[in-house]
Design a protein. Sequence first.
Length: 77
Amino acid sequence: MKTVTFTDFRKKASVFLTEVEHGESIVLLRRGKPIAEVIPFSDRARQTPSWKRSGIRLQIQGSDLSSAILEERESES
């Protein structure tokens, strides 16, 4: 991974983009702080974020879980 100042990137953008085409990643700095990362494009399908994937489903035999919880609460009263 290469780090380049924003000013230098503006002056030599074509050179740096050619490097990105060949697999190099570039981090752009402005006033010494990273502001962007230029990475090669990927045609691979992006993975589904974990918060969008289906999770674990709790099940009990005989009835659904919400009914069992309600029955338990009623019996405690």
